[in-house]
Design a protein around this ligand. Structure first.
Ligand code: BMA
Length: 308
């Protein structure tokens, strides 16, 4: 495809469509991780009432998914609002056998903040104390401690679909008290001239942390969401070492351009196969379906450095 730089779209895209789940209007931004002999995921399902819910799914090959019809039930003392809230854009990491899911959360009367829960088996989920004050979206944990502390990228917000957005970093000894807030990077020009936000959990590489993110430009007919790549410093992840000036994917195919929200490529999951060195990125397409694209890790790193 003409505008593919490094990531190539999977021929069978979109890999997940709303008709696979009862009462789904759309299934798009998702959090996918290796689990047992296969894969597990938490999916944003917007229902035919147009409420956003989190649903669990399982897959043997990370392409064909069986997603549950019911939303996840949360236990835990902070979960009182969960059932009636709009919950969306989950991200996931596994740290020492525990899966941490973060998501954007809209309980009635309280504008967007970050929900966080743990699970070990994708059956029982325990919601934890809020990790950030409202308003915030896109909290993405690192999959390993940085200098002995849990680490998180996030994007402060306002109650609405902000025209601004920058990536921030913070860290914690216990996943409850967070500090050392640092600016990481903001909007620049071209496809990422209006706002940016972190995508999937970063992956540790020799050069530091590989981060896939979304960049937005506001046009006369609305927001256009593209995917970009950066490499953050390994010890001080608020320092950006490289950041590609070219996008990695832009809305081009009909399923990325036409849907509930047109012109959206919104990456939220990234898997690295160490045997083949292949990266698979999962992204929401036009806020309606899930797309998959793949790239070679070394080629991607080279590309980000070259176009930085
Ligand atoms: C963001 C979130 C995402 C959505 C994106 C594009 O602000 O709402 O869920 O995919 O906008 O509409």
């Amino acid at each position: 495809m003409a505008n593919e730089t490094i990531f190539k779209r999977y021929d069978g895209n979109p890999i997940i469509k709303p008709e696979e789940v009862a009462h789904a209007n759309s299934i798009f931004n998702c959090a996918i991780v290796r689990y047992g002999k296969g894969y597990a995921g938490v999916f944003r399902v917007d229902t035919t009432r147009l409420l956003s819910e989190l649903h669990v799914g399982f897959s043997e090959d990370a392409i064909h998914w069986k997603i549950q019809d019911q939303q996840i039930e949360m236990k835990g003392e902070t979960s009182a609002n969960y059932k009636t809230a709009s919950c969306y854009d989950p991200r996931i990491v596994e740290i020492d056998g525990t899966y941490y899911i973060t998501w954007c959360y809209y309980p009635v009367g309280i504008a967007c903040h970050i929900g966080i829960a743990t699970t070990k088996d994708f059956k029982r989920f325990t919601q934890m104390t809020q990790i950030m004050l409202p308003y915030n979206r896109n909290a993405v944990l690192f999959p390993a401690k940085v200098n002995g502390k849990f680490a998180c990228l996030n994007r402060p917000s306002d109650p609405f679909h902000t025209a601004f957005g920058e990536v921030f970093y913070c860290e914690s000894k216990d996943m409850i008290h967070w500090g050392n807030h640092q600016f990481v990077f903001g909007a620049t020009s071209g496809w990422q001239r209006s706002k940016v936000g972190p995508g999937p959990a970063p992956i540790k590489i020799k050069e530091g942390w590989l981060l896939i993110y979304h960049g937005v430009r506001i046009t006369c007919s609305g927001y256009v969401y593209c995917m970009g790549g950066a490499i953050l410093d390994g010890n001080k992840p608020w320092k950006t070492r490289y950041r590609s000036k070219e996008y990695l994917l832009a809305p081009t195919t009909p399923y990325e351009m036409i849907g509930d929200v047109p012109n959206v490529v919104f990456p939220t999951s990234l898997l690295h196969d160490k045997k083949t060195n292949k990266l698979s990125v999962y992204y929401g397409c036009a806020d309606t379906v899930v797309g998959l694209a793949t790239a070679d890790m070394d080629e991607l790193v080279k590309f980000i450095k070259k176009t930085s």
